[in-house]
Ligand binder design. Structure first.
Ligand SMILES: CC(C)(COP(=O)(O)OP(=O)(O)OC[C@H]1O[C@@H](n2cnc3c(N)ncnc32)[C@H](O)[C@@H]1OP(=O)(O)O)[C@@H](O)C(=O)NCCC(=O)NCCS
Length: 252
């Protein structure tokens, strides 16, 4: 097996209990407050999430535009997984879940599908984040807080060449001081953390990743110590992380 980094970040509330319960989460009713569920699936597995039947017309059209089959399967699996999990949460058929986009491109559940007025889990709203990488797709679903999720396959990359656009000076020095493979692993970990944090805010490409400063990337609870103006408030509210190593099926 090869590996992947996954990182999920939330903006609160403090000390949420993280759970990852596979498909059985409904059997374990969560208590009130921030809760996050994460599911990872193999996009090459033609099983449950391989079909595009539950996708919207627009999603199917997007899927059809991928040049490479492998990218199309990743897209279909991620969106089928997302719809399946939101459908469970909302007690709706998967193909009836509707989405909207926030100003900076963050996909969100359509406002009229948020439970009214408080939902079955107490006051809150659903938030989700999805990510795909070669061989793995993941969805994080959160109640009562905003979640950002990223997954990156572990593979050797030229960390020093990629670093300027992504790491700040301190992070670059930290990465440069390591020998490979520790170097590219640390680089990819920082990358994953940054993408998760950027997705919490929803800034996407509008915020250069090298302006988001992370310390303690090798620790279970990294700290965001600097962020550009637009992101500063949101980055300061990233209060919890779940960082894991996931296994990827080895393919020949
Ligand atoms: C969202 C973003 C941060 C991540 O993209 P990515 O790593 O290429 O791809 P991922 O699979 O992890 O995530 C893509 C998903 O994020 C979601 N997404 C898109 N824009 C988003 C935003 N503004 N906020 C939150 N989530 C967003 C979508 O669900 C998207 O999936 P979809 O296109 O199938 O609908 C992207 O806007 C981006 O900036 N990509 C550039 C990658 C880069 O240079 N990263 C630097 C290292 S930090």
């Amino acid at each position: 097996m090869t590996g992947a980094h996954t990182a999920a970040a939330t903006d609160g509330p403090p000390s949420p209990r993280w759970v990852c319960e596979g498909d059985a989460w409904r059997c374990c009713p969560p208590a009130l407050g921030g809760r996050v569920w994460i599911w990872l699936v193999d996009p090459e597995d033609p099983g449950v999430y391989g079909a595009d039947t539950d996708l919207s017309e627009r999603e199917r059209a997007r899927a059809a535009r991928f040049f490479r089959d492998v990218d199309r399967r990743q897209f279909v699996a991620a969106h089928a997984l997302l719809r399946a999990k939101l459908a469970l949460a909302l007690s709706l058929p998967p193909d009836e879940v509707r989405f909207t986009r926030a100003a900076l491109g963050r996909p969100e559940l359509a406002a009229d599908q948020q439970p009214q007025p408080t939902g079955p889990l107490g006051p809150g709203r659903w938030s989700f984040s999805l990510s795909h990488t070669r061989g793995l797709v993941g969805v994080a679903l959160a109640w009562g807080c905003r979640v950002g999720f990223d997954v990156e396959a572990q593979r050797p990359v030229d960390a020093l060449a990629l670093a300027p656009g992504i790491l700040d000076d301190t992070e670059r020095a930290e990465v440069a001081a390591l020998p490979d493979p520790a170097r590219w692993r640390r680089f990819l970990r920082l990358w994953t953390l940054k993408e998760a944090a950027l997705k919490v805010h929803g800034a996407g490409l509008t915020i250069p990743a090298n302006t988001l400063q992370i310390r303690g990337a090798d620790q279970p609870t990294p700290r965001i110590v600097g962020a550009p103006g637009a992101l500063a408030g949101a980055a300061n509210r990233v209060v919890s992380w779940q960082i894991t190593a996931a296994s990827l099926p080895r393919r020949t």
